[in-house]
Design a protein around this ligand. Structure first.
Ligand SMILES: [Zn+2]
Length: 468
């Protein structure tokens, strides 16, 4: 690595700093709210014709979501695009284990779990038998609304055509990014209390959305150019957050050049023989120490030492499984606990619900350690490590490090899927990635993900200016 790498905390590294200061106190300008998200008790009964509808809770949610996102577009299409809203021609609910239905040239019997938009039939369909119950049970009702909002976004895309830069040659990833962005704009409208059907809190409610975007991500190693690519969780949450922070008109400007400039999805390097999974051992932690020391060389003359100290500081304080200990400038780690976090994701278990305490991959564990290492760097440069912004600044610095080491020949280099591991870990309630020195965590997943991404794209100077 060496000379090719800018020191992470040196301002010259950054490509530009957003002037806007954000704090843990708001979500893209909206207040942080905590209440149960879902169907309003007094929601109207949607007047929609749906083929093969059941009276399941999933179908009730799905139909309300379709009616609601229809309300949204009925308002948005004239406002932003000067065209009237045209309802989707057909809606279909199906159970892959139930009655066989021919749709869009395929059979619903034993199909992969899915929700989809079929352009030739102008049809939105959803699997109420497997996918919707799974989403609802694992993440909550807003996960179902996310998926249907996304599919409806494709229907809107076909209605906009030229106005969204969409034609038969548009790549899948551009369409997917736009649909995720439209979904974000729709959820903002909901968070602003414009919906007749749903109430959405900007904390736990949006956490359901972000967690479900991770769940329905592509497998690591899928190329963004591949047919059917939806993007990584990192890319998908970006598009969603862009829509949430701006509007449908901005989403319609997402094009190939925009996507090419920032998309992180890429295939595995042919030389990456272990497909990106490094075991968390004393050796790999030693490698991490060297990587961090090099990355932060310009910022601190006195880098913290990572030691196997059980995860707490000698005086018993700390934030196990990893703690920054100011007294002796060390990061004390519980190697066994971190090795569990670092185990590869078991996608099979993820689908069946068994991974609650399972591993999320090497980068998840490394990111936890890095979050404590950067406490030491912040202390060294005199940053406030216990103010309200310290947790977001920490996640931002972890993102800055991930980006700084993503260079040819780096000691440790992120492999495909690693950023998603960091995002999934970051969204876990007990994660330290967005926590201050004492382990106080930012409650809000939206802000956590946003700060990690800011560091990744803009470098560490943006972390200190955005989260002072
Ligand atoms: Zn899609």
């Amino acid at each position: 690595m060496g000379t090719a790498l800018c020191a992470v905390l040196v301002a010259a590294c950054t490509t530009g700093i957003k002037g806007e200061i954000r704090t843990a106190g708001d979500i893209a300008g909206l207040p942080v709210t905590h209440f149960e998200s879902g169907l309003k008790p007094d929601a109207p009964t949607p007047q929609l014709r749906v083929r093969n509808l059941s009276d399941s809770a999933e179908d009730r949610l799905a139909v309300a979501a379709i009616a609601d996102v229809g309300d949204f577009w009925r308002e948005q299409l004239p406002r932003h695009f000067g065209q009237p809203f045209e309802p989707v021609r057909s809606l279909l609910s199906y159970d892959p284990n139930g009655t066989e239905i021919e749709v869009c040239g395929a059979s619903t019997r034993n199909s992969a779990m899915n929700a989809f938009y079929c352009p030739p039939e102008d049809l939105v369909g959803w699997d109420r038998g497997v996918l919707l119950p799974l989403l609802r049970e694992r993440f909550g009702p807003m996960a179902v609304v996310t998926v249907l909002g996304h599919e409806f976004g494709h229907a809107v895309q076909y209605r906009l055509g030229d106005k969204a830069g969409i034609d038969e040659n548009t790549s899948t990833i551009v369409k997917e990014q736009q649909a995720d962005c439209f979904t974000g704009a729709y959820f903002r409208w909901m968070a602003e209390e414009s919906s007749r059907y749903f109430r959405l809190s900007t904390s736990e409610g949006l956490n359901q959305v972000l967690a479900s975007l991770f769940f329905i991500r592509d497998d690591p190693g899928v190329s963004a150019t591949q047919q059917g690519a939806h993007g990584t969780a990192f890319d998908r949450t970006y598009a969603f957050q862009l829509g949430f922070e701006s509007d449908a008109a901005r989403c319609a400007t997402i094009d190939q050049a925009d996507v090419d400039a920032r998309i992180t999805e890429q295939p595995f390097d042919p030389n990456d023989t272990n497909q990106g999974d490094l075991r968390i051992t004393a050796d790999s932690v030693a490698l991490l120490q060297r990587s961090l020391d090099e990355s932060f060389a310009g910022a601190s003359g006195d880098p913290p030492r990572i030691v196997e100290g059980g995860g707490s500081c000698p005086d018993g304080s700390g934030t196990p499984p990893a703690s920054y200990c100011d007294d002796d400038n060390t990061v004390s780690i519980d190697l066994a606990a971190l090795a569990r976090i670092g185990q590869p994701i078991d996608r099979e278990a993820e689908y069946t619900g068994g991974e609650a305490e399972g591993g999320l991959g090497d980068f998840a564990a490394f990111a936890e350690i890095v979050s404590r290492y950067v406490q030491g760097i912040q202390v060294d440069v005199g940053a406030e490590v216990n103010n309200a912004n310290a947790g977001l600044r920490t996640a931002c610095l972890v993102g800055a490090w991930a980006s700084a080491i993503d260079v040819e020949g780096a000691l440790l280099r992120p492999s495909p899927g690693d950023l998603d591991e960091a995002i999934a870990e970051l969204l876990r309630p007990r994660s330290l990635i967005a926590a201050d020195l004492d382990g106080h965590r930012v409650a809000n997943g939206f802000a956590r993900v946003e700060s990690l991404r800011l560091g990744y794209y803009e470098g560490s100077a943006a972390c200190t200016s955005t989260y002072p």
